[in-house]
Design a protein around this ligand. Structure first.
Ligand code: ADP
Ligand code: MG
Length: 359
C-alpha cells in the first residue's frame, strides 16, 4: 500500500508553539513552556522507526508533518491510507486535525475519527459518556478558571489533573491530595499552568492496568493486559503513573521495572476487564486501536481511568511503551503490529489487498 505516516514531530511542535504563543500574547512577555509541555511530540527516532517498519512489510511509505501544509501535502500525495499518529499541540481538537483533513479529502486513515479523538482527549466528557452507559469510573468534579471551588462531600484522597492532556502532562506526584485545602491550592495552580479546566477524581485504590485493544465491530481483540506495579516507585511516592514515573524516575540507565505483561490476574478478573474494555471501546466509537487505562476500586471492581485512541507506539522495548509491549507479548513484533493496524483499518474501508500491496 502507499502509506503516508502523519505525525507531530517534536521539532514541528516547537515551531507551532513559537507561532501560537506570539500570536496569542502579543503584548505579554512569553512564559517559558512548562516542564512537560512537549511530552507528546514524536521523536525523529519514533517517526523513522514507524516508517521503516511499514517499509519492511512491503509498503511504499512517506511522512507528513501535521502542520499547516498537511492538507496540501496529503492532497498531492493521495496515499491509499494515512497512518495517523499525530497528536498536535494546541486546542481541544488537536488530535482530530489529521482525521478531519482525511475526511475532507476522502482519504482513508487508521484509528478513530475526529469526534472520538476529541471526546477521549477530554477526561470529563469521556466520563460523562461512560456514566451514561453505567460503565464504572471514579466520581469526579470539574472546575473552570474563576469558578468557586466547592468540594464539600468529596472523598479524599483525590487526584487532580488537567481535563484534556495525555502522557501524564499535569499529573505529578503532588497531584494526589488528601484534604480540601491542598486540593484547592492544587486546582488553582493547574488552572493557571495548563489554561484549561481541571478535573478532580476520587482516588481508586486498587491495582492498575493498561489494556491494548484492536479491531472493530465483532472482531475487537483484547491484547495481553499490562499491570503497573507501584512497588517499584521510590519510597513515599504516591501510587500513580505520574509524570515523574513516566519520564523522570524511569531512565535507560536505571529502568523502573514497573510493568508486568501479561498481568497476573484470576480468570474472573481477566474476564471482567476484558468485557469492560470491549464495551468501553464500543460506546466511545473507537476504531482500529486503543489503549485503555483501568484501575480496581477498593471493592475490586474495575473502573475506567481513560482511553488513549492514539496510543504511544515507541519502538524500543526499553521505552516501556505499553501498546507495543502488549502486542509483542501476543506475538506481534513491532513491524507486524503496525502492519496489523494497517490491515484492520484497510479492512474497515474495504480496501482490496491485491491492489494495495506493493509488488
Ligand atoms: N481516579 C484515579 N484514581 C487513582 N489513580 C488515578 C486516578 N486518575 C489518575 N490516576 C493515576 O494517574 C495516572 C495518569 O492519569 P491518566 O488519567 O491516565 O492521565 P494520562 O492521560 O496522563 O495518562 C494514571 O495512570 C493513574 O496511575
Ligand atoms: Mg493514562
Amino acid at each position: 500500500m502507499r502509506i503516508a505516516v502523519a505525525y507531530s514531530s517534536k521539532l514541528g511542535l516547537q515551531k507551532e508553539y513559537g507561532k501560537n504563543v506570539s500570536e496569542e500574547l502579543p503584548d505579554q512577555e512569553e512564559e517559558p513552556p512548562s516542564l512537560d509541555f512537549f511530552a507528546e511530540g514524536d521523536s525523529e527516532e519514533t517517526i523513522n522507526a514507524v516508517m521503516n517498519a511499514l517499509r519492511s512489510k512491503g509498503h511504499d511509505v512517506c511522512g507528513v508533518e501535521a502542520d499547516d501544509k498537511a492538507p496540501e501535502n496529503l492532497s498531492r500525495i493521495r496515499p491509499d491510507i494515512v497512518f495517523n499518529i499525530a497528536e498536535g499541540l494546541f486546542g481541544d481538537f488537536r488530535e482530530s486535525y489529521i482525521p478531519m483533513v482525511c475526511e475532507r479529502l476522502g482519504i482513508p486513515y487508521s484509528g478513530s475519527g475526529p469526534l472520538t479523538l476529541a471526546i477521549c482527549l477530554n477526561k470529563a466528557r469521556t466520563k460523562e459518556i461512560l456514566s451514561y452507559y453505567s460503565i464504572p469510573n471514579a466520581k469526579f468534579a470539574t472546575f473552570h478558571a474563576g469558578e468557586e471551588i466547592n468540594l464539600e462531600g468529596f472523598k479524599f484522597p483525590a487526584v487532580i489533573k488537567p481535563v484534556a492532556e495525555g502522557s501524564s502532562k499535569g499529573i505529578f506526584d503532588d497531584s494526589v491530595v488528601h484534604d480540601i485545602g491542598t486540593a484547592k491550592k492544587r486546582i488553582v495552580e493547574k488552572l493557571k499552568i495548563y489554561r484549561q479546566p481541571v478535573i478532580v477524581e476520587e482516588f481508586l485504590e486498587g491495582r492498575e492496568f493498561t489494556v491494548a485493544v484492536w479491531g472493530n465491530g465483532e472482531n475487537i481483540e483484547v491484547l495481553p493486559i499490562v499491570a503497573i506495579n507501584y512497588d517499584e516507585l521510590p519510597e513515599g511516592a504516591h501510587k500513580i503513573y505520574s509524570y515523574e514515573a513516566k519520564w523522570v524516575w524511569d531512565t535507560p540507565e536505571k529502568p523502573l521495572d514497573i510493568f508486568q505483561c501479561p498481568a497476573k490476574l484470576s480468570s474472573k478478573e481477566k474476564k471482567l476487564i476484558d468485557s469492560l474494555v470491549k464495551r468501553t471501546f464500543t460506546v466511545l466509537g473507537v476504531r482500529d486501536l486503543c489503549r485503555i487505562d483501568v484501575r480496581f476500586d477498593s471493592n475490586g471492581v474495575p473502573n475506567i481511568l481513560e482511553l488513549n485512541p492514539l496510543p504511544g507506539i515507541l519502538p524500543d522495548p526499553e521505552d516501556n511503551s505499553c501498546f507495543p509491549k502488549a502486542a509483542r507479548t501476543a506475538g506481534y513484533p513491532y513491524a507486524d503490529m503496525l502492519d496489523n493496524v494497517v490491515k484492520i483499518a484497510a479492512a474497515r474501508y474495504g480496501l482490496k489487498k491485491g491492489c494495495a500491496v506493493k509488488q
